[in-house]
Design a protein around this ligand. Structure first.
Ligand code: 3PG
Length: 222
């Protein structure tokens, strides 16, 4: 499965910070129950790789990705744990080389036109815009569409249930990422029904206006 196929699965990729390993599987199950099949576990906690391993093994209907992938060695560790794709907040020469050596597809982060150009030159045409909202949000994405018609973005960072629909109307946005599906209070309380409801709402977001994502026509940047 390549990054474009990952982006096509659903309109929202939840970004997860898992502190308690015991929550990994019920959290993934709660998201699946709401119709979310792709998720990203960030490498920001000591249990992140174990959480990826548990989700990959026990919730096989989920396509689990690894986020906050910053070190080249993260590719191998995450791949071995069962991650199916990787997401990085930015892109370095070392990450480009590691991605070339790995069969873990990478969604690299960019924030400026120069970074888009670097990523394209390295062969990446599906990019995470990060941090999307502080960087300029919808206006920035509209401005990037002119010079970079062959790039499809997954904006992430500062997006909410309220703003996600507007992002998803943009032709150069394939999906969005965000942490709003897992509010800290509900996660701490293990209130899985709230997380399932948020997932259901996210999975139902409309992408009909996004060329190529809900029909069989070729997608920009494919
Ligand atoms: C992150 O890096 O935490 C993700 O981009 C999610 O950002 P958000 O918490 O603003 O949705």
């Amino acid at each position: 499965m390549n990054i474009l196929e990952v982006m096509r699965v659903g309109p929202v990729i939840p970004v997860l910070v898992i502190e308690d390993l015991a929550q990994a599987v019920p959290l993934a199950q709660a998201l699946v129950a709401g119709g979310v099949r792709v998720l990203e576990v960030t490498l920001r906690t000591s249990v992140a790789l174990a959480a990826i391993r548990a989700i990959a093994r026990e919730v096989p209907e989920v396509i689990v990705g690894v986020g906050t992938l910053i070190r080249p060695e993260d590719f191998t560790e995450a791949r071995d744990a069962g991650a199916r794709f990787g997401v990085s907040p930015g892109l370095t020469p070392a990450l480009i080389a590691a991605a070339r050596d790995s069969d873990l597809p990478l969604l690299p982060g960019v924030m400026t036109p120069s970074e888009v150009m670097t990523a394209r030159a390295a062969g990446f045409h599906q990019l995470k815009l990060f941090p999307a909202q502080p960087a300029g949000g919808i206006d920035l994405l509209k401005a990037l569409a002119g010079p970079f018609p062959d790039v499809t973005f997954c904006p992430t960072g500062g997006i909410t249930a309220e703003t996600a629909p507007d992002y998803l109307t943009l032709p150069n946005v394939g999906c969005v990422g965000g942490s709003w599906l897992t509010p800290k209070t509900e996660l701490a309380a293990e209130d899985w029904s709230v997380i399932t409801a948020l997932a259901r709402q996210a999975a139902a977001l409309d992408r009909r206006k996004v060329t190529g994502f809900t029909d069989s026509s070729p997608v920009t940047g494919a």
